[in-house]
Design a protein around this ligand. Structure first.
Ligand code: 26V
Length: 822
């Protein structure tokens, strides 16, 4: 019977329609008379889901049979965006299903628009995890992601009078066809309790973590299909639920309401994604999320390992765990606890297994983003783990002392415990000590961590433990899916779609930059993408963005270090300049639409003021008829993955202008250039490597270098550095009230004065304006610009997440592909 019925469902148009109708009638319980676009989306999604599940099963079965080493990617954030279009393209079903849905009376574009984003992440770190899952699946690596299934993803952003408002993102309002609930996979996680000591049968002193309150972690699996392979990997997201068993003694004691309330609290743990990006807030619930997640994930991994009856010392030969930033660092402690307390291994043997298992990726050097947890809080929630952390630190510092006798200074610097009141656990230190490899995410960043925040660790371990893995992006979503017209034009030039699996093949586009006809068609694609974005802008903001203008884009989280403030101050400068021109002079001006998008953390007041200033400038400039179409300013609300897919293909120039040394890598810079957009940027993060690949002629770099930053900051603090005069006049203009009541902007303007300007806007403003002039000049020669655009795309092969994942697999995980059977 299994053989007879277990065959794969076919994927032609007719079988799609059959399945669509069946899902409408059964899954949705609707009649054919009652199908709107949303139901059509659901029926299509369920049809695709069925195909995904077949592949998911085949892949997991192949992996179970072969029992290869697996990598587990631990990330608190997976910023997946929408799944339907991606799944259709990766499975190669877009055409048949598109035809099928059309004959049923729907347009695929409308159907795709119905899906809400899975927005379980803040920004770069979460989207990187999503790109890496796409590459792991595409390259047939045996991999799983582990994360949390937040009930509320990143908040939705609305604007009210130009101010950001946050609304809850209740994304699970309707059923989510992209997850497979595994209600049978439930793991009890505990908090609190106490540690008891005992002597075992061999006379050894042992510890046991006992008592405490339990909640359940329930698994939800999210299938991730590879492109051009049958392989389909899994992201397992945990959701917190009350324990099945209530504490009966509480009920008997008449504490019904209290007992029920406590059970309800269990659900809080995975209720909400913390909306901070690059800023640590020491909330107890956040620590609970972290422990809940790593405890359940490790229990799951160990259950799988134990099925194969191997000795513990083989664990690192079967399991690699990548820590996406410090958020999952407690996994190091939890594995040590399991091995020592539960499995009875000696401390040193256990620690050897632990350190061979873990590797750690650092994503930021900003001091305010470094995770630290107060010792009393850790002690109260996780008493045994706190003891183990102290022991890990003790044994580590003993080794440090041996290597550097009588150097108290280095002990204090390297210690996992920060000696303040109260003491804190420095999670990055714990992650380094418990991992065999530490990596940064772009060449400059990886060097910086070795010479700044982790330099004392390099003294102790030597440089080899620290390496670089430059980030990458998936070309499937960020070109093929987001920019289908460009994708087709590329495929036509290259003869086939192989480039989607080997992005280095894009280099064969270079000769086409010389073809006038190819350039014409390349330009036409960019133009139609700009028309699409202009329509979106009109619909959402009412602003007319002329697609014949230069589209200048900065979309990313709003943060002082990313300097959206500098961008809008530059816009004001441009506005004044335009107003000073005579009609003849104006004829020579390239019209610009300056587009902003991005969310500010709800508690980050300065970032929120930047949004307000952008909207105030937008209101003034757009209403000023005297400058006509020469300048428009747009803030697109609620920037997210789906919006990025519309915005990025439509940009002529995008801005990546962080203070040198502060943006670890950036990944949207890669997305823009891959789509033939030029970049205006500082010498920071991956901009530097992009420059190396695409050449000086195709990028606009400006500003001070990272090695100057300390001196410049010092000067602001202790000397009277005059403000750049152009910047001064822009500030004066704001203060005069040209953009509304200036009093609200005082805290923002104060960041530049009073001896601060921590992000060095004044120091870079002159060269920023110069670089902008070069952009204006270059854009006047449309044909030359188009050549640059083609060369940009052609030279971006290196930045595929496939390349990045291969480097991780070969150099950190020692992982080999295992193709699922066709
Ligand atoms: C840090 C923290 C600190 C504690 C509170 C919550 C929270 C949430 C996220 C993070 C991660 C911040 C680091 C981050 O997102 N870094 C970005 O990582 C990208 C991928 O490597 C990189 O391209 C960006 O340059 C970097 O800012």
């Amino acid at each position: 019977i299994w053989e007879k019925y277990g065959c794969e469902e076919s994927v032609d148009k007719e079988s799609f329609q059959k399945s669509f109708v069946r899902h409408v009638n059964t899954t949705l319980a609707r009649s054919s008379l009652n199908v709107d676009n949303f139901s059509a989306y659901q029926a299509t999604a369920h049809t695709v889901r069925d195909r995904l599940i077949e592949r998911w099963n085949a892949t997991q079965q192949a992996h179970t049979l072969k029992d290869p080493k697996r990598v587990y990617y631990f990330s608190l954030e997976f910023l997946l965006g929408r799944s339907l279009d991606n799944a259709l393209l990766n499975l190669g079903l877009k055409e048949q299903f598109g035809e099928g849905v059309k004959e049923l009376g729907f347009r695929m574009e409308d159907v795709l628009e119905q899906e809400v984003d899975a927005a379980l992440g803040n920004g770069g770190l979460g989207r990187l995890a999503a790109c890496y899952m796409d590459s792991l699946a595409t390259l047939d690596y045996p991999a799983w992601g582990y994360g949390l299934r937040y009930t509320y993803g990143i908040f939705q952003q609305r604007l009210k009078d130009g101010f950001q408002m946050e609304l809850p993102d209740y994304w699970l309002n309707f059923d989510n066809p992209w997850e497979l609930p595994r209600l049978d996979i439930a793991i009890e996680v505990r908090f609190g309790g106490y540690v008891s000591k005992y002597t075992d049968e061999n006379g050894r002193t042992r510890h046991r973590w006992e008592g405490g309150d339990g909640v359940q972690a329930v698994a939800y699996d999210v299938p991730i299909p590879g492109y051009g392979t049958k392989n389909c990997i899994n992201i397992r997201l945990w959701s917190s639920k009350p324990k099945r068993q209530f504490d009966l003694s509480r009920f008997n004691a008449g504490e019904y309401e209290q007992a029920v309330n406590e059970q309800m609290k269990a659900e809080n743990i995975t209720a909400v994604l913390y909306p901070n990006d690059n800023h640590m807030v020491g909330k107890e619930l956040r620590l609970k999320q972290q422990f809940f997640w790593v405890y359940a994930s490790l229990a799951d991994i160990i259950r799988r390992f134990k099925k194969t009856d191997r000795a513990w010392d083989q664990f690192p030969e079967k399991v690699a765990i990548q820590l996406n930033d410090t958020h999952p660092t407690l996994a190091i402690v939890e594995l040590q606890r399991i091995l020592v307390d539960q499995e009875g291994l000696d401390w040193d043997d256990a620690w050897d297994i632990v350190t061979r298992t873990f590797a750690f990726t650092n994503h930021t050097v900003l001091p305010e983003a470094m995770e630290k947890w107060h010792v009393p809080m850790v002690e109260y929630l996780l008493p045994r783990h706190m003891q183990i952390i102290f022991d890990i630190n003790l044994f580590f510092l003993q080794k440090v002392e041996k290597q550097f006798p009588n150097d108290r200074d280095i002990l204090a610097k390297l210690s996992i415990i920060e000696e303040a009141t109260p003491q804190s656990v420095r999670m990055a230190h714990l992650a380094i000590v418990g991992s065999h490899r530490v990596n940064g995410v772009a060449a400059l960043h990886s060097n910086l961590i070795k010479t700044t925040i982790f330099k004392d660790f390099v003294k102790f371990y030597g440089p080899k433990k620290f390496e670089n893995k430059t980030n990458g992006i998936t070309p499937r979503r960020w070109l093929h899916q987001a920019n289908p017209k460009l994708s087709n034009l590329i495929t036509e030039a290259l003869g086939d779609k192989k480039w989607l699996k080997d992005l280095s093949l894009l280099k064969n586009l270079e000769p086409h930059a010389k073809s006038k006809d190819y350039r014409r068609r390349w330009k036409a694609v960019k133009h139609s993408n700009k028309v699409r974005l202009a329509e979106y802008i009109k619909a959402k903001t009412g602003i007319d963005a002329n697609p014949n203008s230069l589209f200048d884009v900065q979309v990313k989280r709003i943060h002082e270090y990313k300097r959206q403030f500098m961008n809008i101050l530059g816009v004001i400068h441009r506005y004044h300049y335009l107003k000073s021109l005579t009609p003849e002079e104006r004829r020579d001006i390239v019209p610009r639409v300056v587009i902003f998008g991005g969310k500010a953390a709800p508690g980050y007041h300065i970032a929120k003021l930047v949004i307000k200033l952008i909207n105030s400038v937008s209101a003034t400039v757009n209403a000023d008829e005297s400058i006509e179409d020469l300048l428009k300013v747009v803030f697109i609300p609620d920037y997210n993955v789906s919006l990025a897919e519309i915005i990025i293909p439509a940009s002529d120039i995008s801005q990546h202008i962080s203070t040198a040394g502060t943006e670890a890598s950036g990944t949207s810079n890669m997305k823009f250039v891959l789509n033939g957009g030029l970049i205006l940027g500082t010498v920071d993060g991956a901009n530097i490597e992009i420059n190396e690949e695409i050449g000086d002629d195709n990028i606009f770099l400006f500003g001070h270098l990272a090695d100057r930053v300390d001196d410049l900051r010092h000067a602001h603090r202790y000397r009277n550095v005059p403000m750049d005069p152009d910047l001064q006049s822009v500030i004066t203009s704001i203060e005069t009230g040209n953009f509304g009541d200036s009093r609200i902007f005082a805290p923002l303007i104060n960041t530049l004065t009073f001896g601060k300007d921590y992000y060095l806007l004044s120091d870079d403003f002159g060269s920023y304006l110069d670089a902008q002039k070069l952009v204006d000049e270059a854009y006047k020669d449309e044909d030359e610009w188009c050549k640059k655009s083609i060369l940009c795309t052609a030279r971006m092969g290196f930045f595929s997440s496939d390349r990045a994942i291969r480097e991780y697999a070969d150099q950190i995980w020692d992982l080999k592909p295992v193709p699922a059977k066709a």
